[in-house]
Design a protein around this ligand. Structure first.
Ligand SMILES: Cc1cc2nc3c(=O)[nH]c(=O)nc-3n(C[C@H](O)[C@H](O)[C@H](O)COP(=O)(O)OP(=O)(O)OC[C@H]3O[C@@H](n4cnc5c(N)ncnc54)[C@H](O)[C@@H]3O)c2cc1C
Length: 475
């Protein structure tokens, strides 16, 4: 018996006539538990996720997405939407349901007169950077090029350009969406403005985005790369970093990390597998201002590794891809942080000393600068008053270490959560339940639940950081 035959006994299969009905109306590939492609297609980025959908449709176009929605409604199938498949909780995959997989929808269209780019829902950050960098432009996204643009944008989107140009959603001008009733709508400030507000942070709750239109920004060669210090100096570096980044000019960006130096040739052998703290820089704009910022740290404590220099933006964006290939085990915990107090730093150091495996890491992504130009109520993303999004990730290639990395991340989070702003960035959460989702949307939660009731009253889109529909009183 082949492994896939054994697996397939776990899944509810649809009858063949139904599958043929769908095959006749879509242009994309319909994958069933009996298809050769099934096991590969149900894998997502996080190797810990092991789900068995009844059907996966690799959509070719918007019409396929509409047909899938109608088919799922007619046959009461639970639907998951897969963009890049990067979600740590595996929210792009579902047991015994229909996966609407957009990963083959990778169209990218420029309007250079208005400096905008339209991106289909299956694009990764790398697809977008590759296209925009040809014009010396970029859209602010995240730090690993294999991440999907769809899930990242719908949760908010933070990365190297957040201080200069804001979150990804701050560059979003328009989205095309297929709604729960199968209708296709354009969503922007004028058309369905409530929905436009909700999809800027509210996740995949409201419909399937088939394409996004973004404003581009000039980004070419930047001053970027890592600086590392021994963990024994982390207390001082963290405190220095805290003061620095809260007052730094917007075009200066660096996130703080606890990490283990990978045993690969680009790093000096004597540092291999040493636990360190570090900064990963991405300074755009004026080089003298960048040098001044870098020099502050070099003067404060000489880094044991200093690889910061001129680099193409898209090279920085792909720097860690090889280190974190698809299929590793990942367990995430996260919080927003407003004030990084001395006590919080002590608690962080305690757990960082116990990084459980070489791939495991902790990042503090600054979300001040231009990300603060909007208020908590301007978009669904509700933590504009926070200064960092912290993420604790236990990572390892070996499934046998699943418990070890999860337990470390949970214990770390238990320790630091009391010092946090309360909620977490939804894109850094596993499946953690309604209270955590509520904490992440705070005062925006009620409004999101009303908008959900208007556009998806039956909670058809439920495989996400779910906001159940709540009709307005009297409606
Ligand atoms: C290694 C790694 C690095 C990361 N780095 C960053 C980072 O730098 N910055 C950052 O902000 N985030 C980062 N993330 C988090 C990332 O934003 C989320 O994991 C996000 O969900 C990924 O989007 P995806 O399309 O790949 O996800 P998928 O797993 O495909 O989907 C995740 C969720 O998004 C919804 N969704 C996906 N596509 C659509 C669509 N077209 N329409 C409607 N809903 C949709 C789904 O319903 C699902 O709930 C990182 C994640 C990983 C694993």
């Amino acid at each position: 018996m082949s492994p896939s035959t054994i697996h397939n006994t776990k899944v509810v299969k649809l009858n063949e006539t139904l599958v043929q009905e769908l095959e006749h109306i879509v242009r994309g590939m319909v994958i069933t538990p009996d298809s050769l492609e099934y096991d590969e297609s149900r894998k997502v980025y996080n190797g810990m996720i092991d789900r068995y959908p009844s059907l996966i449709v690799k959509c070719s176009n918007v019409a396929d997405v509409i047909h899938c929605v109608q088919f799922a409604k007619s046959h009461q199938l639970t639907v998951a939407i897969k963009g890049g498949g990067h979600n740590a909780g595996g929210l792009g995959m579902v047991d015994n349901g229909l996966v609407i997989d957009l990963s083959n929808m990778k169209g990218i269209l420029f309007n250079l007169a208005e400096n905008t780019v339209r991106v289909e829902g299956g694009c990764t950050l790398g697809d977008l950077d590759h296209a925009t960098q040809a014009f010396g432009q970029a859209v602010p996204t995240g730090i690993l090029s294999t991440t999907g643009i769809s899930g990242l944008t719908l949760g908010g989107g933070l990365g190297h350009l957040s201080r200069a140009y804001g979150l990804t959603i701050d560059s979003l001008l328009e989205a095309d969406m297929v709604l729960a009733d199968g209708s296709f709508v354009k969503v922007d400030q004028e058309n369905h403005p409530d929905l436009f507000w909700a999809i800027r942070g509210g996740g995949g709750n409201f419909g399937i985005v088939t394409s996004f239109k973004f404003q581009m920004h000039p980004v070419g060669i930047i001053q970027g790369g890592p600086m590392f210090w021994p963990l024994s100096e982390a207390r001082e570096i963290m405190k220095f970093y805290r003061e620095f980044i809260l007052g730094a000019p917007k075009e200066i960006y660096c996130y703080f990390a606890f990490l283990t130096v990978p045993p690969v040739p680009i790093f000096p052998e004597e540092l291999h597998l040493k636990k360190m703290c570090g900064l990963l820089w991405c300074n755009i704009g004026d080089e003298a201002r960048s040098q001044k910022a870098l020099q502050k740290f070099r003067d404060f404590k000489k880094p044991v590794l200093d690889y910061v220099g001129p680099i193409h933006f898209d090279h920085l964006q792909t720097m860690f891809d090889a280190l974190y290939p698809k299929g590793l085990q990942w367990y995430w915990k996260a919080d927003f942080v407003k004030d990084l107090s001395d006590e919080a730093i002590e608690e962080n150091l305690k757990h960082a000393n116990n990084l459980p495996t070489p791939h495991s890491t902790v990042h503090f992504y600054p979300i001040n600068g231009a990300s603060h130009d909007k208020s908590n109520t301007d978009t669904a993303f509700c933590y504009r008053d926070a200064n960092w999004a912290q993420v604790i990730v236990g990572v390892d290639p070996d499934p046998a270490n699943k418990d070890k990395i999860s337990q470390w991340a949970k214990a770390y989070w238990d320790g630091i959560h009391p010092y946090s702003a309360g909620g977490a960035y939804v894109n850094f959460m596993m499946e953690e339940g309604t209270d955590r989702v509520k904490a992440s949307y705070r005062d925006n939660y009620e409004k999101l639940a009303h908008i959900k009731a208007k556009y998806d009253p039956d909670n058809f889109f439920s495989i996400n950081q779910n906001i159940p529909p709540k009709p307005n009183a009297g409606t």
